[in-house]
Design a protein around this ligand. Structure first.
Ligand SMILES: NC(=O)c1ccc[n+]([C@@H]2O[C@H](COP(=O)([O-])OP(=O)(O)OC[C@H]3O[C@@H](n4cnc5c(N)ncnc54)[C@H](OP(=O)(O)O)[C@@H]3O)[C@@H](O)[C@H]2O)c1
Length: 238
């Protein structure tokens, strides 16, 4: 584990630091891509998408440019005007845009549907005609894990960046899907009822191993490897 203080103007992570595993992960007797999460939270643990600084946006772009696909849950797409645009020096590696929606309810108009540089793929568990006007390929699967198997097998996706939201993150982690977390700690206390970066739903806590801690002015950039599910229940603080 390393702790560094980085100048605001330089990239936080070197290209070498963002070389993710290219072989994939063996799970349930099949291969799936290597999965990393990128989230931002306030110091009081609330999801804090509106607090992103220029450095945080650059980290997001760097991560996007170093994976084969970026995946969002349908709740985030319905709520946020996400656009998978990368800065000119990184746009040569625009990843596949993937959306997961169990029900198939997605907005007909969204900035993500306008990006000509990126291919789009929607995975759903429901046969629905609602998605037919969206300019994306639609795949129906039986489970979240199957989506990842299909990404690896049919689209040669070896690395996936998950950009939330909290329900989707919990669903993945409870299925043991996820190898790393990049977490930006924004220097704010929100004090409201914004959900955390993870919805409730994990039966046991997950052990994390700190990979690096970087500081830019008042922001902290944490990177963790995700260990296995711990069998004990959460320890109580005395
Ligand atoms: N802090 C951060 O870094 C960050 C990052 C991203 C998003 N966010 C915030 O998170 C919020 C949205 O998060 P969210 O939790 O509402 O939604 P979400 O996590 O983006 O989406 C949840 C997805 O899971 C699906 N789902 C729900 N239950 C399921 C089940 N049992 N099996 C399989 N799939 C299931 C939903 O399907 P349906 O489509 O059918 O509902 C939906 O596609 C927004 O406010 C956004 O701003 C914060």
């Amino acid at each position: 584990m390393s702790m560094t203080s980085t100048a605001e103007s330089s990239d936080l992570y070197t290209a070498r630091e963002l070389l993710f595993c290219q072989t994939g992960i063996y799970q349930d007797e099949q291969m799936r891509p290597y999965v990393i999460f990128n989230m931002i939270a306030s110091v009081d643990g609330r999801g804090a998408v509106n607090c992103a600084s220029a450095t945080d946006r650059r980290v997001m772009a760097q991560l996007r440019a170093n994976v084969d696909a970026v995946v969002w849950g349908g709740g985030t797409i319905r709520r946020d005007p996400i656009a998978l645009r990368l800065p000119p020096d990184l746009e040569h590696r625009t990843p596949l845009a993937v959306i997961w929606t169990r029900s198939g309810h997605l907005p007909a108009e969204h900035p993500l549907w306008q990006n000509e540089r990126s291919e789009r793929l929607i995975f759903t568990m429901t046969a629905t005609r609602e998605l037919q006007d969206i300019p994306a390929e639609i795949r129906q699967v039986d489970s979240l894990l199957q989506m990842f198997f299909v990404l690896w097998r049919d689209y040669q996706v070896r690395t996936v960046l998950v950009e939330g939201g909290p329900t989707f993150n919990s669903l993945l982690l409870s299925e043991s899907i996820g190898e790393e977390i990049f977490l930006t700690l924004a220097p704010v206390l929100k004090g409201d009822d914004t959900p955390a970066i993870l919805q409730t739903g994990l039966t046991s806590y997950l052990q994390l191993h700190c990979h690096s801690v970087k500081q830019v002015k008042d922001e902290i950039y944490l990177r963790y490897w995700i260990g296995g599910l711990c069998v004990e229940s959460l320890p109580r603080r005395q």
